[in-house]
Design a protein around this ligand. Structure first.
Ligand code: PLP
Length: 392
């Protein structure tokens, strides 16, 4: 048989000409290991998934114990499954029961598509508004919410009746009218390089949505489950969405997405037509069991308490003179440089020294730092010193 690396390039679909192609043999805590047992401190969390680190015994135990009881039994929403019900209850509680109904899917983009459908059916309106430079996923529905010309050219036409506002620009909010069904927004714009939302913009957005009967939808796929130091980033502002979209870290390392909303809004999936949104594997019992264990792990280990001080420590120790800007919120930090060459130089140096970092889909002049929330201060020191040495 060909070596694994050659089989990878031959048989596994590639989406770029330069995949990292590191051959993972093991993961533990904050580290990934390659075939030579070289350890890499994971500062990407693949991407923003491994918020509690890798292979925590509590998660593995929860998965094993669920696997021994049952795996798939029936498409979503038919059978009463213990982990799914308990997770829906837990997510409702985490929103303070402000949102109390959950639809589980398999991924972020799928959850975004479901939210578009829900908003259109519930409001009876068609127009969806999202923000320029947002990232919402790779399905046709999710891509329709992104104003990237290259996607339109290659994969369009997309959904009709979608318009874009400028993120953090209140003047742009006048595009939202009574004709609008919903506005999608990220609370830290992810793939353009971790730009946090301004409180004033968010509050004006909420006000204008209320005035015009427009649903406000937060894409917390990357910010959710503790990454900004709160379970959900909206808690920093006390501004609630009508629909909350989650995925990534939600599954504790297994595939899981969710839309969380009120029972009233969610109920439209059950009429005109009934069975208006279906999924075979969404809310899989294994994923829900892993999710419950991951949330429990965050709570029992008080992981959210230290996110802000770890962010501060990064900001203090990073060689700020080399960066145009250090941005972000919690443990989603972007280091803005002048060129992709500089980014590559730092990424390569870190890789050689056993640290995984990368750049952003829509911003290749910035470095992404998104380590597990469990990263310790000594590890942060190592990351910052290694980044500093990359400039020598
Ligand atoms: N929304 C945001 C903010 C994301 O970061 C992502 C994934 O990176 C998605 C949506 C899409 O999620 P998925 O890759 O699970 O479809």
């Amino acid at each position: 048989m060909l070596p694994l690396r050659e089989l990878f390039f031959k048989h596994v679909a590639q989406t770029s000409n330069s995949p990292l192609a590191i051959c993972i043999t093991k993961a533990e805590g904050e580290y990934l290991y390659d075939e030579n047992n070289k350890a890499y401190l994971d500062c990407i969390s693949g991407i923003s998934v491994s918020n509690i680190g890798h292979q925590r015994k509590e998660i593995i135990e929860a998965i094993k114990s669920q696997a021994e009881r049952y795996l798939h039994t029936m498409v979503y929403g038919e059978h009463i499954q213990n982990p799914q019900v308990l997770l829906a209850k837990k997510l409702s509680e985490l929103t303070g029961n402000f949102l109390d109904n959950v639809y589980f899917v398999n991924s972020g983009a799928e959850a975004i598509d479901a939210a578009i459908k829900l908003a259109r059916h519930f409001t009876g309106k068609k127009q969806i508004i999202s923000c320029k430079d947002a990232y919402h996923g790779s399905t046709i529905g999710a891509m329709s919410l992104m104003n990237q010309k290259q996607y339109f050219d290659s994969y369009g036409p997309f959904l009709q009746d979608v318009d874009y506002i400028e993120f953090n620009n209140e003047d742009s909010l006048s595009k939202i009218t009574e004709q609008t069904a919903a506005v999608f927004v990220e609370l830290v714009q992810s793939e353009v390089g971790y730009i946090p939302i301004k409180e004033s913009f968010l509050k004006s957005l909420k006000r204008i949505c209320l005035t015009n009967n427009v649903l406000l939808i937060f894409d917390e796929i990357q910010t959710g489950i503790g990454r900004t130091g709160k379970f959900f980033a909206f808690e920093h502002f006390k501004v609630f969405p009508d629909i909350l979209v989650l995925a990534k870290a939600l599954g504790g390392g297994l595939p899981l997405g969710a839309i969380v909303t009120s029972k009233k809004i969610m109920s439209v999936f059950s009429y005109n037509p009934s069975l208006g949104h279906l999924t075979t594997f969404g809310g899989n019992p294994l994923s829900c069991a892993a999710s419950l264990a991951a949330i429990d792990y965050i709570e029992k280990n008080n992981l959210l308490n230290e996110v802000a001080s770890k962010e501060d420590y990064f900001r203090k120790k990073l060689p700020s003179k080399h960066f145009i800007e250090i941005r972000g919120k919690g443990l989603m930090i972007a280091l803005q440089l002048n060129s992709f060459d500089e980014v590559q130089k730092v990424v390569k140096h870190c890789f050689n020294e056993g640290i995984l970092i990368d750049w952003f889909l829509f911003n290749d002049k910035a470095i992404r730092l998104a380590p597990p929330l469990t990263i310790n201060y000594e590890q942060i020191d190592y990351v910052c010193k290694t980044i500093e040495r990359a400039f020598i």
